[in-house]
Design a protein around this ligand. Structure first.
Ligand code: FAD
Length: 466
C-alpha cells in the first residue's frame, strides 16, 4: 500500500541528490538528463529488469523538425505538432505543456541518437491517424523492448544506479509539501529509507489498479488491460494524500486491435493503409481512422465485444515490420483467402452483408469518396488477393490522467502553486490528450514520457545544483 507520512523525523539509510521512482522511458530519460547536468540520480524499479509499459509498446516516438525528417524531405515543425495534438484533444490539452513538449521533441530524438547512440529511423511507409506529417521515429526492431533496453544500456554506461526489485512504498513529506525521501521494500521483505533533495515520480498511471479504473474509467472496468502490471497508480495515490492537483482522470489510451484470443497487438497500419473493420455480423460500424484509442470502446460495444480487421497482402507486407504482427502470424491469428466469400466463410460471418460492405468500401476507394461515417477512402488503397482477416478486441493500454505539472514537470498544488521539490513525468503526470480516450493522438504516451522525463531531469538537476 503506497502512503504518505508527514514530518518524518527518523534516520535515513542513505541520502542521495535525486530519486526517481520507475525505470521506464520517463524515469531513464530523466536520470540521463540529470546526469548530463551533473547530478547523480538513483532510480527505484519494482521489476528485476526495467520494462514497464515502455517495453510493451512499439517504441514509436513522434517528433517534429528532426534531422531524420529533413533527410527525407519531410517538412514539419513543433507548431504543426502542437496543432495536431490539440486538434485530437479538442483543445483540451494544457497549451503551455503541449508547446514545451512539441518544442522538446526533436532535441529529444537527436540527443538520444547522438549522445546515447539510439539508432532511430523515420517510419516512412505509413502514417498514424491525426499526424499531418511523417514524424514517428522508431528503432530497427520497432519494439519498445529495444527502446527500454537501449535506454538501460545508456544508463549503465553513464553509471546511473538503478535499484531493481525495489518497490517505493511510503513517501515522506513535510506539511509544506517538501519531500524528504521514500521508503522502499526489497524483494526479501527488508525496508530502507532513502533521503533525497528532489523526487521525480516516473511510475506511470493506474491502468493495472482495478479499483482506480472502476473509480475513474468505468467504461473500461471490464476490458482487457494490456499495459504493465506494475502501473498501480502510486503517483495518483501519493498525489491525493499530498493534496496535489489531479486532472483528466477519466482519459485513457485504448486500442481497438488486439488479436483475440492470442492477445497480440495488431498494428493500426492495417487500417490506415486501406483496411477496415467489420463486426461479427459482417457490418462496418464507424470511421476507423479517427484513432485506435477510441476504437477500443467502439469494438467492445459490438456483439461479443469483437471485430475483424480486414486487409490484404500488400498491407501485410507493411505490417510485418512489427514483431507483434509477425508473432500474430506465427500464432495462427490471421485467416487468409483468395476471395471475399472465401474469407467470410473462414470468419464465419454472414457472407451477404460482408460482401456488401466490402463492395461499398472498394467503390468509395475508386471514387476517392467519403463513407456514411465520414471516412475518406483513397484509390491507391484497393484491396487485392490474398485477403486477410484477424479477430480483434478492444483493450486498455494506459491511463492519461495524473498529477498536474508545469512545463518542467514540477507538480502543482490545488491552488496552482508548485511543490518545492516534487516532479512527475510520463504516465504519472497528466497527459496531453484531454479528458477522453478520443483525445489520444498516436504517440502521446512515449512523447510525454521521453520529452517530459528529460525536461524534469534537467529541472530537478538545476534545482539541486542551486
Ligand atoms: C501495448 C502498448 C503499446 C504502446 N505503444 C506505444 C507507442 O508505440 N508509442 C507511444 O507513444 N506510446 C505507446 N504506448 C504507451 C507507452 O508505452 C507509455 O505511455 C509509456 O511507456 C509510459 O512510460 P513511463 O515511463 O511513464 O511508464 P512505464 O514504462 O510503465 O514505466 C514505469 C515504471 O515504474 C515502475 N513502478 C511503478 N510503481 C512503482 C513503485 N511504487 N516502485 C518502484 N517502481 C515502480 C514500473 O514497474 C515501471 O517499470 C503503448 C502502451 C502499451 C501498453
Amino acid at each position: 500500500m503506497s502512503t504518505v507520512e508527514f514530518d518524518h523525523v527518523g534516520e535515513w539509510n542513505a541520502q542521495v541528490p535525486l530519486l526517481i521512482i520507475g525505470a521506464g522511458a520517463a524515469g531513464l530519460c530523466a536520470a540521463l538528463a540529470a546526469k548530463a547536468a551533473g547530478v547523480d540520480a538513483v532510480v527505484i524499479e519494482r521489476d528485476a529488469v526495467p520494462s514497464g509499459s515502455t517495453a510493451l509498446s512499439a517504441g514509436l516516438i513522434p517528433a517534429a523538425g528532426t534531422r531524420f525528417q529533413r533527410a527525407k524531405g519531410i517538412v514539419d515543425s513543433p507548431d504543426r505538432l502542437v496543432a495536431d495534438i490539440q486538434r485530437k484533444a479538442r483543445g483540451e490539452a494544457p497549451p503551455a505543456l503541449v508547446e514545451a513538449i512539441a518544442r522538446g521533441s526533436a532535441p529529444l530524438i537527436e540527443w538520444l541518437a547522438e549522445r546515447h547512440a539510439l539508432p532511430f529511423e523515420l517510419i516512412e511507409n505509413f502514417n498514424y491517424p491525426g499526424h499531418c506529417a511523417l514524424r514517428m521515429h522508431g528503432l530497427p526492431s520497432r519494439t519498445g523492448r529495444e527502446l527500454i533496453d537501449r535506454l538501460r544500456n545508456a544508463a549503465e554506461l553513464s553509471e546511473i544506479v538503478v535499484l531493481t526489485g525495489c518497490i517505493a512504498k511510503t513517501l515522506f513529506a513535510q506539511k509544506n509539501g517538501r519531500v524528504g525521501g521514500i521508503e522502499i521494500a526489497r524483494g526479501n521483505g527488508s525496508r530502507e529509507r532513502i533521503g533525497c533533495n528532489a523526487l521525480i515520480l516516473a511510475c506511470n498511471g493506474y491502468g493495472s489498479n482495478s479499483e482506480l479504473i472502476r473509480r475513474f474509467i468505468p467504461e473500461m472496468a471490464d476490458a482487457l488491460y494490456f499495459g504493465h502490471p506494475g502501473n498501480r497508480g502510486d503517483a495518483v495515490l501519493w498525489g491525493e494524500r499530498l493534496d496535489a492537483e489531479l486532472a483528466c482522470l477519466g482519459a485513457y489510451q485504448g486500442h481497438g486491435s488486439i488479436a483475440t484470443p492470442h492477445n497480440i497487438l495488431i498494428t493500426w497500419a492495417v487500417i490506415m493503409e486501406g483496411g477496415f473493420q467489420v463486426n461479427a455480423q459482417g457490418r462496418r460500424f464507424c470511421d476507423e481512422t479517427c484513432g485506435y484509442s477510441e476504437q477500443a470502446a467502439e469494438v467492445l460495444r459490438q456483439p461479443s465485444g469483437i471485430a475483424w480487421d480486414i486487409f490484404d497482402g500488400r498491407i501485410a507486407v507493411v505490417a510485418r515490420q512489427f514483431e507483434d504482427f509477425r508473432a500474430a502470424e506465427r500464432a495462427g491469428a490471421m485467416l487468409v483467402a483468395d476471395s471475399v466469400n472465401g474469407l467470410a466463410a473462414r470468419m464465419r460471418v454472414p457472407a451477404d452483408s460482408f460482401a456488401e460492405e466490402w463492395r461499398n468500401v472498394e467503390v468509395l476507394k475508386t471514387r476517392g469518396a467519403v463513407d456514411r461515417y465520414g471516412r475518406r477512402f483513397s484509390a491507391e488503397q484497393l484491396l487485392q488477393p490474398p485477403f486477410f482477416a484477424v479477430k480483434v478486441t478492444g483493450a486498455l493500454f494506459h491511463s492519461q490522467g495524473g498529477l498536474v505539472i508545469d512545463t518542467t514537470g514540477r507538480v502543482k498544488r490545488k491552488d496552482g502553486s508548485l511543490f518545492p521539490n516534487l516532479f512527475a513525468a510520463g504516465g504519472a503526470a497528466v497527459g496531453i490528450s484531454g479528458t477522453t480516450a478520443a483525445g489520444y493522438l498516436s504517440g502521446n504516451g512515449l512523447l510525454t514520457a521521453t520529452v517530459l522525463g528529460r525536461l524534469a531531469g534537467q529541472a530537478a538537476a538545476k534545482l539541486i545544483s542551486h
